[in-house]
Design a binder for this molecule. Structure first.
Ligand SMILES: [Fe+2]
Ligand SMILES: [Fe+2]
Length: 163
């Protein structure tokens, strides 16, 4: 019989999923930055690329706290979200609605991350891993703030320009 899979196994699997996703996002953000036409949106992507580096380090700390090697596991969800972002960059290149499309793609990424980090934080607490929960919460707050910043950008000039 196979070993029983428990919450800790699920936690580790999901940690690998988001570790893979963050690395994928780190590579996608400079591309989105180059595609963006608004200076504010370019800055937002620059800032979030820096934050993403820190988030990857936090995940590595969580792996370390568990005595595991940091390893990613292919995340089909982020592959799909990034593929859609690339489609928008191609199809709306040079068009007034491009930045609005980039923001919508970036928010899809943030919402995925918020879902994952929210769950991971919850599970870390359930598993009595307080230090891990704290690290995951720091990232969760950054992702939520990024999502809000993107909403403000969309509500400001970007969507009016696209309309
Ligand atoms: Fe992230
Ligand atoms: Fe993010």
């Amino acid at each position: 019989m196979n070993k029983e899979k428990k919450l800790e196994d699920l936690f580790l699997d999901t940690l690998k999923d988001i570790y893979y996703a963050e690395k994928k996002i780190l590579r996608a953000l400079p591309k989105m930055r180059r595609a963006a036409s608004s200076a504010e949106l370019q800055q937002a992507f620059d800032l979030h690329r820096e934050q993403t580096e820190g988030q990857i380090e936090r995940l590595e700390q969580v792996f370390e706290l568990m005595g595991k090697k940091a390893r990613g596991k292919t995340c089909d969800a982020i592959e799909g979200i990034i593929a859609e972002a690339e489609e928008i960059m191609e199809e709306f290149k040079g068009q007034p609605a491009l930045d609005a499309g980039l923001i919508s793609s970036a928010q899809a990424v943030e919402h995925y991350e918020i879902a994952r980090y929210g769950t991971l934080k919850r599970w870390a607490m359930d598993l009595g891993m307080k230090d891990a929960a704290k690290l995951l919460d720091e990232t969760l707050q950054e992702e939520s703030q990024t999502d809000q910043n993107l909403s403000s950008l969309a509500e400001g000039k970007v969507n009016k320009k696209a309309a």
